[in-house]
Design a protein around this ligand. Sequence first.
Ligand SMILES: Nc1nc2c(ncn2[C@@H]2O[C@H](COP(=O)(O)OP(=O)(O)OP(=O)(O)O)[C@@H](O)[C@H]2O)c(=O)[nH]1
Length: 346
Amino acid sequence: MSQAGGGPAPADRRIPLVVVTGFLGSGKTTLVNRLLREPGLRETAVVVNELGSIAVDHHLLRVSEGGVALLEGGCVCCSLRGELSETLRDLFMQALQRRIPAFSRVLLETTGMADPAAVLFTLRHDPFLVERYAYAGTVMTLDAVHGAGQLSAQPEASRQLAQADLAVLTKTDLATPAQRAETMAAMARHHPGLRAVTADTVQSWRGTLDALGPYRQAGPGSGWQGWLGLSGVRAVAPASHAGVRVISLPVPGALHAGRFLAGLAALQDAHGEAILRIKGLLRFSGQAVTQVLHGVHKQRYPLAPVPSEKAGKALGLVLIVRGSPAESRAIEARAEALLRECATPD
Ligand SMILES: Nc1nc2c(ncn2[C@@H]2O[C@H](COP(=O)(O)OP(=O)(O)OP(=O)(O)O)[C@@H](O)[C@H]2O)c(=O)[nH]1
């Protein structure tokens, strides 16, 4: 499990790493290429699973040893041939030794069938990487034509969506209005309140990526649902579709930190496979600040404090789960019991 408290240090000098995920053929490479064309995203290193899969075409300048390609404008493109940790370590060391240009951001394109949680695990558990790279959120490409079908039939797609902090709707030029509406509706069922954009409507990708991270979700309308990206969602009550269930629990007041975090860890250990995503806006007894909590499977990110006056008084916990009805009911009951047991008068 990850550390118990804290949050990103005020002057976090680590290199932000954004995961670009999405189901097979949903347009990840197309999106990455688009991002690299934006002048504000020069000095970006791109890590892809195979160098051949990124259409660098005329952008490609040269490939140095280690499979690192230098792109026009200073972007670095690198194939993920071995372990992710090795690749990120090599990239960092090569830049330090000035064998490749310095980079200030990493885009990591996963394979279409990937569970992006594995990336987070690597970033949180490799001490070298923990000090040098900061996970800055996940963007998911979602095919407007096939998205609804993929989300209901492909567990990988719903796992990717649960982890996403932003969905980019692709193939909108090919989709009928009905297909597009179905995809949006499926997205809302699997991850209520997730922000979705189309590539054409984004003015600044840099600004969009900078505002992504799991701790920067203060949505309009605030309140705990706003903070967790759930504002504007009419029904956050447990909904069931294709085995995905959103459990949304208001938290009446402050919690005992130690007991709650230990209980949550036990819940994640017991049901890690089924828990696609956890989001919480919580207050712990004796602390003036409210904490934003994020987790994926058995993983929990460091808590991030937000001033209570900014977060508002309402607190809540959301779990997006995928499992049998019996398992998701068990998770819900256990989460409710945990909140009851950890309630403090403070
Ligand atoms: N018409 C249209 N085609 C698109 C769009 N986005 C991607 N494509 C096409 O869809 C195909 C797959 O796009 P990629 O960007 O390679 O998708 P990917 O997710 O990287 O694919 P994998 O790495 O194989 O999973 C390519 O032929 C793209 O040109 C879009 O918005 N509109």
